[in-house]
Design a protein around this ligand. Structure first.
Ligand code: CIZ
Length: 430
């Protein structure tokens, strides 16, 4: 009988990809309203709201589409050298390596927005991430700094699952259920509000502003529990959007029973719930999800444990609850990074998050066996839309004194959004 090595068993070099056109350059599909090949390719794109970046087609000049990789990277390096400290390039953990190699900082959305604050002399912040991340960087940066998203079609399907109109409508329905004025909820005799809105960082600036205006707050995947505690000190319940899984996993870990976290479906009366359910509810969960993280399954974890006994499994809290429950640990991208850094040479670690980050960790720690739980290569399709061609183009334009693809959040949205972001910063674990 042939004995397979651990590498053969866990299939470290998966050949299958989730979409044939993954090898295509993004401009092949940029003009089509959709998320492009990758994890969210089957998600439907919502209406053409002004904050919906995906609705805007890519405008990459033809010259950059036909340039070879060597020329693109040469141009990027040259523009960086010319612009010096007037430029800072931010690369998200989920971004492809061809782009990340040029980043001054690599991290999660919030770390990157904060990293930009350490470069006040940078006149241009080029965010190699997705639309909501560039918006947050714009809100937190100075008025003089310009935030650039190299490809305006790089949206986020999860963020798009909660649009401002649906949330406003849901808020009015929720106010009717709990009997409060949606514009001016009042605390009861216990000093608590009926409901507080909490939005995940992965949401449009308009929804962060909604939270700012309605006594609410923003959370990231690394501080969601602290933020929920903050909210429960001030309110009886929380409306959590857009990611149902982060909301459910976090509230469950805090001891809230599942029956007290109904889903709120904005298309159904009372969100699809009975009056009794709603009276007992602690967390009303929006029906959004991340298309990358919902691909992870308990079967994949079982297989990893069979193939690699002793494997440590860590998954992102945007994964469905049974997956988080079956893993050894769960945490944000930063927590995953720290988990791997704290492991020992020889350890085997299966990770449930985006493939670019997992592959980068595997390359960073060659003395450990690090692999993605999902055997199919299926990157975040919206991050994928940032290609070196777009980076070279926006940088060449900067050198020529032009600002292309600027993300500028209007003041009437930025100000209340910052209120909700500042509340998050002020919230401390008990
Ligand atoms: O906030 C981010 O960057 C995302 C998308 C997730 C995380 O866990 O950091």
């Amino acid at each position: 009988m042939t004995t397979l090595s651990i590498h053969q068993r866990i299939n470290l070099a998966p050949a299958q990809t989730c979409h044939d056109s993954l090898a295509d350059d993004p401009w092949a599909f940029d003009a089509i309203p959709g998320y492009g090949p990758g994890s969210s390719q089957d998600d439907s794109v919502p209406g053409f709201a002004p904050t919906n970046a995906i609705a805007r087609p890519g405008q990459l000049p033809e010259a950059y589409r036909s340039m070879n990789d060597e020329e693109l990277h040469r141009r990027i390096r040259q523009a960086k050298a010319t612009l010096g400290d007037k430029l800072v390039i931010l690369g998200h953990f989920y971004q492809r390596d061809e782009v990340v190699q040029h980043a001054d900082f690599v991290g999660d959305s919030f770390q990157l927005a904060n990293a930009a604050l350490t470069r006040p002399q940078a006149e241009a912040i080029v965010f190699c991430g997705v639309h909501f991340m560039a918006e947050t960087a714009d809100i937190l940066s100075t008025a003089e700094q310009k935030v650039i998203l190299p490809n305006l079609a790089a949206g986020c399907s999860m963020a798009d699952m909660a649009d401002e109109d649906s949330v406003e409508t849901a808020w009015e329905d929720i106010a009717a259920v709990y009997g409060f004025d949606p514009e001016n909820p009042k605390p009861d005799a216990y000093g608590k509000l009926p409901v507080i809105p909490v939005t995940y960082m992965n949401s449009s600036a308009a929804l962060k502003a909604f939270c700012g205006r309605h006594g609410g707050i923003v959370c990231t995947s690394s501080n969601a529990a602290t933020v929920l505690e903050w909210a429960f000190e001030r309110a009886h319940r929380v409306l959590f959007f857009p990611d149902q899984h982060l909301g459910r996993n976090t509230a469950k870990a805090m001891g809230i029973p599942l029956e007290q976290m109904p889903m709120w479906n904005p298309r159904q009366p009372q969100g699809g719930n009975t009056a009794e359910d709603l009276q007992h509810a602690k967390v009303l969960l929006w029906h959004g999800f991340c298309s990358v993280h919902r691909r992870f399954t308990v079967d994949q974890i079982d297989k990893a444990r069979r193939d690699a006994p002793g494997v440590k499994v860590i998954v992102h809290p945007e994964c469905p609850m049974p997956v988080v429950d079956a893993a050894d640990a769960s945490g944000s991208t930063d927590a995953i990074q720290k988990f791997v850094a704290a492991s020992q040479p020889g350890d085997v670690i299966a990770v449930g998050t985006e493939i670019n980050m997992v592959n980068r960790l595997a390359a960073q720690y060659p003395d450990r066996t690090i692999f993605c739980l999902d055997p199919v290569i299926c990157p975040c399709s919206t991050m994928y839309r940032i290609h070196p061609g777009y980076l070279a183009w926006v940088l060449d334009d900067l050198v020529a004194g032009r600002v292309s693809n600027q993300i500028s959040v209007p003041e009437q949205i930025a100000a209340p959004a910052k209120v909700a972001l500042d509340r998050m910063l002020a919230a401390k674990p008990r």
